[in-house]
Design a protein around this ligand. Structure first.
Ligand SMILES: [Zn+2]
Length: 260
């Protein structure tokens, strides 16, 4: 089968044999790929240490069909994720980004826009951008790009318009805001402030997919973090492993997060 050249982000590396790795990649052109990298564990192998978690590479892949692993024949490092050298919170945030991408994307289902968002997010985590706003933008835009965005304007249960202002109900399992009529009959409802709805709307807007993330007011962060954690947990059928480490992704507790 013909080989394919593409840009890729390393989402996981697994030791496969004395000399080889299996790598899970998010490729820009072909979506997720699990590929065998023969010789990747040799000091002087064909990949020259390019295959680290969250590295961005230019790769050559020979795709296989069915459950067979793709073959990775080349990887040239473009950029390494360095945030962890400075700050544990930023490192955990990077691991969380990798986990969400692994869990939420599929083989052979490319989303170049999501790939670009992931690269921009990692660059921000590597820099000085507020980690909390950066992660919330990444999560909400990922949900939007993959067709899982919560509804913000209309009731997730009956479709009627939900008036602005004041507290409102958000149905974690029903998929978004709820009208006053549907709220009492719905399970797993979180009550949120009106300003939180505004922030959700700006984080989900198409314009927010690139450029600096929309600001998240400090007093709303806890509420937003809580509801997005529950929303993603429901979507994935369980909490992401890195979710409990996100508390460390705060600029006020640099480097103080718990170790795994
Ligand atoms: Zn309703």
């Amino acid at each position: 089968m013909a080989s394919e050249k593409t840009d890729a982000l390393v989402l996981r590396t697994i030791e496969f044999s004395e000399t080889s790795l299996v790598v899970v990649l998010l490729t820009r052109q072909f979506g997720k790929s699990s590929a065998l990298a023969k010789g990747a564990r040799r000091a002087k192998g064909p990949f020259e240490g390019a295959l680290d978690l969250l590295s961005i590479c230019r790769v050559v892949i020979i795709p296989k069909s069915g459950d067979t692993l793709d073959l990775l024949t080349e990887a040239k490092l473009q950029r390494r994720f360095r945030a962890g050298e400075r700050n544990l919170g930023r490192l955990y945030a990077g691991y969380y980004v990798a986990e969400l991408l692994r869990e939420m994307t599929d083989r052979g289902d490319p989303h170049p826009d999501l790939y670009d968002l992931a690269l921009e997010t990692l660059e921000e985590l590597d820099g000085e951008t507020d980690v909390r706003a950066c992660l919330l933008r990444f999560e909400l835009q990922t949900l939007r790009l993959l067709g899982h965005a919560p509804t913000i304007d209309r009731c997730a249960a009956c479709g009627s318009e939900v008036p602005e202002g004041g507290r409102f109900g958000f149905g974690v399992t029903s998929g978004g805001v709820l009208c006053a009529a549907c709220r009492p009959a719905t399970r797993q409802v979180v009550l949120l402030r009106g300003a939180t709805r505004e922030t959700l709307r700006s984080l989900l807007s198409e314009a927010a997919v690139s450029g600096p993330p929309p600001p998240v007011p400090a007093e709303l962060h806890g509420e937003l973090r809580g509801v997005i954690n529950r929303y993603i947990t429901n979507l994935l059928g369980g909490p992401p492993r890195m979710q409990s480490y996100l508390a460390a992704a705060s600029p006020t507790i640099d480097g103080q997060g718990r170790r795994r």
